[in-house]
Structure formats: structure tokens, C-alpha cells
Design a protein around this ligand. Structure first.
Ligand code: ADP
Ligand code: AMP
Length: 215
């Protein structure tokens, strides 16, 4: 199954993608993670993307479409992927349709993880991840069982994203409403869209997602 998790920054897409991956053996494709890796490696793509990401704007369609096209050639994607943070513009969605078509694959579901804006600033500014394994946490909503120790790998170092500050989040939310929200009618028109209430607690959202994907 190939699935898009569509939703605002901090909506819980990455959190849910990891939980679905564990359950269904699908691969999470997060363009945000891929771009951050490119920035960290100092590659040409990373150099182009760095300032744009820090400003809370979208990098060019050309860059992210290229990354996804290449990534889908990796055999680990054959059992199904969860697109997380891609597509983010109608041009990216149209390109994805063509890419999947050319590779003889198709999109099965698009799920909007709907969360009101007022919850998102807290979600994003409280977010951090394990430096060793990437497991996601939140200052109040999702703390490790033992303070300062990652539940998944026992790591004791954690990272916060440079763009996870209140000022940049506001810009990222504007980009979401202006450039990404038009994807909702795009996928609704194709009969692929389902909506889930992402304001519920993490386990409940997973439960509803699993029920919805089983249908
Ligand atoms: P996205 O990938 O959509 O940007 P994340 O999955 O990284 O969002 O979630 C943002 C933050 O909110 C994380 O710190 C995560 O622990 C927390 N979070 C995710 N889902 C929920 C939820 N349903 N309720 C409360 N907090 C959540
Ligand atoms: P995310 O990790 O999904 O929150 O993305 C972090 C940042 O990476 C965004 O604010 C954008 O600058 C950039 N980015 C990630 N995915 C895309 C995309 N599909 N299109 C354009 N920019 C993206």
C-alpha cells in the first residue's frame, strides 16, 4: 500500500508514520528528513535548501521531486511507502502521479491528519528527537519513560530542529494553508482522501488510522 499522510507541521505525521511502519512494514519517506540529511552532509541540494528551510518556506518543487523519484527506485519501497511531508504543492502531487505511473505503482490512500493551528505551535516548539535513533518525543505530550533516556535505544543525547521555533512555525503554517491545503480538494476529486482527527492522543490516532487503512 502507498499512502500519503497529509497535514500541517507538527500534525503528527512522522509520529504516526513510524508507528505504521512498525506495524505494516512500510517505509516512511519524509522529504524533511531527507533534506535535513542533505543539509548536514553539505551536498549541493543541502546548500540550496538550508536557508529556505530555516526561513520556514518550501524548497523548490524540482528539488523534492528529484529526491522522491530517486528514492522510489530503492527496492525497500516495493512493499509500500508512507509519504510524510510530500507532496506539499499541487505541482508536486501531479509529478508524483506521473512518477508512480512510470514505475507501475499507484497511490492507494491519502489521509489528512487534521489538527487546529492553536495546538501546533506547542507541538512543534516542544518537539525533540533522539540523536542516536531518531525516535520522536515532546516536552509534555510524549516524554521518555525514564527522564533523559531514549525508550527505543537507550541514547542520552537529544536534538531540536533549528526551524522548530515559534516564529518559523507561523511561517510554515502559512505555507501549509496557502500551498499545501489545495491538495485536499485535489485528492478528494480522485476519491482517495480520508480525514482523521489528529487532535486526539497519539495512540487513538494510530488506532483510527489502522482501522481506516484496513477498510
Ligand atoms: P509532523 O511530522 O507532522 O511535523 P510530529 O509527528 O513530529 O509532526 O509531531 C510533532 C510533535 O507533537 C512531536 O513532538 C510529537 O511527539 C507530538 N505529537 C504527535 N502526535 C501527537 C498527538 N496526537 N498528541 C499530542 N502530541 C503529539
Ligand atoms: P518537515 O520536516 O516536513 O516539517 O519539513 C521541514 C522543511 O523542509 C519545510 O519547512 C520545507 O522547508 C522543507 N520541505 C520538506 N518537504 C518539502 C516539500 N515536499 N516541498 C518543499 N519543501 C519541503
Amino acid at each position: 500500500m502507498n499512502l500519503i499522510l497529509l497535514g500541517p507541521p507538527g500534525g503528527g505525521k512522522g509520529t504516526q508514520a513510524k508507528r505504521l511502519m512498525d506495524k505494516f512494514g512500510m517505509v516512511q519517506l519524509s522529504t524533511g528528513d531527507m533534506l535535513r540529511a542533505a543539509v548536514a552532509s553539505g551536498s549541493e541540494v543541502g546548500l540550496k535548501a538550508k536557508a529556505v528551510m530555516e526561513a520556514g518556506q518550501l524548497v523548490t518543487d524540482e528539488i523534492v521531486i528529484g529526491i522522491i523519484d530517486q528514492r522510489l527506485d530503492n527496492p525497500d519501497t516495493k512493499n509500500g511507502v508512507i509519504f510524510d511531508g510530500f507532496p506539499r504543492t499541487v505541482a508536486q502531487a501531479q509529478a508524483l502521479d506521473k512518477i508512480l505511473d512510470a514505475k507501475g505503482r499507484k497511490l492507494d490512500r491519502v489521509v489528512e491528519v487534521r489538527v487546529p493551528d492553536q495546538l501546533l505551535i506547542d507541538r512543534v516548539t516542544g518537539r525533540y528527537t533522539c540523536a542516536k535513533c531518531g525516535a520522536g518525543y515532546h516536552d509534555t505530550n510524549q516524554k521518555p519513560k525514564k527522564d533523559g533516556v531514549c525508550d527505543s535505544c537507550g541514547g542520552t543525547e537529544f536534538l531540536r530542529r533549528a526551524d522548530d521555533n515559534a516564529e518559523t512555525v507561523t511561517k510554515r503554517l502559512s505555507a501549509y494553508h496557502e500551498q499545501t491545503a489545495p491538495l485536499l480538494p485535489y485528492y478528494e476529486g480522485k476519491g482517495l482522501l480520508k480525514v482523521i482527527d489528529g487532535a486526539q492522543d497519539i495512540a487513538k490516532v494510530t488506532e483510527e488510522l489502522i482501522a481506516l487503512l484496513g477498510k
